[in-house]
Design a protein around this ligand. Structure first.
Ligand code: FAD
Length: 442
């Protein structure tokens, strides 16, 4: 794939030179269109970035497994097929880490910055954007989870304030096929409405041992700037447990208004599960936002009756995160429904994670260059499934999402062996993407 040398006809503005913005800038410039890339650092720093480099990974140095049967492995395979600049640079900054791709973060960011600075067609402007730029040219908003407050304020005018979120307090999501429903009963508190919740009844002893498990587990350390989130939003479940043996039984596990039809009695405490999607593939553990490590979440939540073999589609989490209510705001091209010149890329668009943010930036770059009409990515590909999911998920309870194999349809790849099934889905994804690339002449 060559950098085109055709005359520049338009300029695309990108706000934010992080993982998504840097990838989008490269893709746009490669196709011969000029880019103005606005990055506010170093004049205005975020709470997490430590340098003035573009595409700085702010925390872990891992980009996940390379195995094609892992979610991040498949995403990376697709990104390579799409000529991802970030991934190519990451290869050069690789550090030994077994079968996963880990990098020297600062070296990677510095080399990406140098390459983009030298690339024809890209102008990097170190300035905080505080208003949505006017004009008819395409605009890619990639200001990330730590978008500056002034720009967030401007964005809330576009998205309506209620559709722009500033933190992410997410409950774990469990795959339906891994739940033993025979140990749960369906009921809503005080029999209000349909029996929308599934309840795990707990006697005193298992309840207390659950609380002790939570109290004994070690949560991820909150950064200073995130601590306020707990008070602004809601407390992590382990923090509630720490406030006293009964606090969960008076909080998210309160049994009031619930009667177990099998005993005719009110349980001592009850954990509630709510369906997450129309097809009932996933169930949320209600009120279980948490900062516990993934291993501890798995270990502790699997002690609950019915969840002994629970498979987690997503773990619970809590951190500062600016993101839009994607299903209301954007279509599957990540394009703003209200103003079609605007694209949202990276974490602010409702995807979650380094690799997902790069993928979103790459596609936004391509979409912004092409304009309309264009053909959507097949939903059998990892990136296509992710973009489609965030554009069509339930808006009432929307949370940023990583790519998981659960987002790829099972039809056509039914297979009992889970690893083989993933292999089949991965093969199908790569074939579909190859055809899309050919069709779209990328
Ligand atoms: C503290 C923290 C830790 C994380 N750790 C991980 C992790 O370990 N693994 C993982 O997979 N994901 C992690 N994430 C999630 C996510 O993958 C990263 O935040 C990722 O960098 C998102 O990419 P992005 O391009 O959307 O945003 P960013 O990479 O943050 O880029 C946004 C850029 O926009 C700039 N900007 C913001 N506002 C303005 C403005 N008004 N004008 C101009 N520029 C602006 C910022 O300075 C920044 O450079 C973490 C997120 C946070 C907040």
């Amino acid at each position: 794939m060559q950098i085109h040398s055709q005359r520049v006809k338009k300029t695309i503005t990108i706000i934010g030179g992080g993982l998504a913005g840097a990838e989008a800038a490269y893709q746009i410039a490669k196709s011969g269109v000029a880019v103005d890339l606005f990055e506010m650092r170093p004049q205005v720093m975020t709470e997490a970035h430590g340098s003035d480099s573009l595409a700085e990974m702010v925390c872990s140095n891992s980009l996940g497994s390379e195995e094609i049967t892992s979610a991040s492995g498949l995403l990376k395979r697709e990104l390579r097929m799409l000529d991802s600049f970030f991934l190519r640079s990451a290869e050069k900054a690789r550090v030994p880490a077994g079968s996963s791709l880990s990098v020297d973060r600062l070296h990677l960011a510095a080399s990406i910055t140098a390459e983009l600075e030298a690339m024809p067609g890209i102008r990097i402007i170190r300035q905080e954007i505080r208003e949505i730029p006017a004009g008819g040219m395409p605009l890619v908003i990639a200001s990330g989870p730590l978008t500056s407050p002034a720009f967030a304020q401007a964005l809330s005018g576009l998205t309506l304030r209620k559709n722009l979120y500033f933190y992410d307090a997410t409950c774990p999501l469990i795959r339906a096929e891994s739940i033993d429903f025979s140990k749960l009963f369906a009921a809503s508190r005080y029999e209000k409405g349909e029996a929308d919740f599934l309840n795990i009844p707990l006697d005193r002893e298992p309840y207390e041992s659950f609380v002790m498990n939570l109290v004994g587990a070690e949560p991820e350390q909150a950064r200073d700037f995130e601590k306020q989130i707990f008070f602004d939003a809601c407390l992590p479940i382990e923090e509630i447990a720490r406030r006293g043996m009964q606090s969960l039984a008076f909080g998210p596990l309160k049994p009031v208004g619930l009667v177990d039809p099998r005993t005719g009695a009110r349980p001592y405490a009850a954990v509630q599960l709510r369906q997450d999607d129309l097809k009932k593939h996933f169930f949320q553990l209600v009120g279980f936002q948490t900062r516990l490590k993934h291993g501890d979440q798995k270990r502790i939540f699997r002690t609950l009756p019915g969840l002994e073999n629970a498979e987690f589609e997503r773990f619970g989490r809590m951190h500062r995160n600016t993101y839009i209510n994607a299903p209301l705001i954007i279509n599957q091209f990540s394009q703003c429904k209200k103003d079609s010149r605007i694209y949202f890329a990276g974490q602010i668009s409702g995807v979650e994670g380094y690799v997902e943010s790069v993928a979103s930036g790459l596609l936004c770059g391509l979409f912004a260059v092409r304009g309309e009409p264009r053909s959507p990515l097949p939903e059998t590909t990892a990136i296509g499934a992710l973009l489609s999911y965030i554009a069509h998920a339930g808006w009432q309870d929307f949370r940023p999402s990583k790519f998981t194999f659960g987002l790829l349809a099972d039809s056509g790849v039914e297979c009992r062996d889970k690893k083989r099934k993933k292999e089949l889905k991965a093969e199908r994804a790569c074939e579909a993407l190859q055809q899309w690339i050919k069709r779209s002449a990328i």
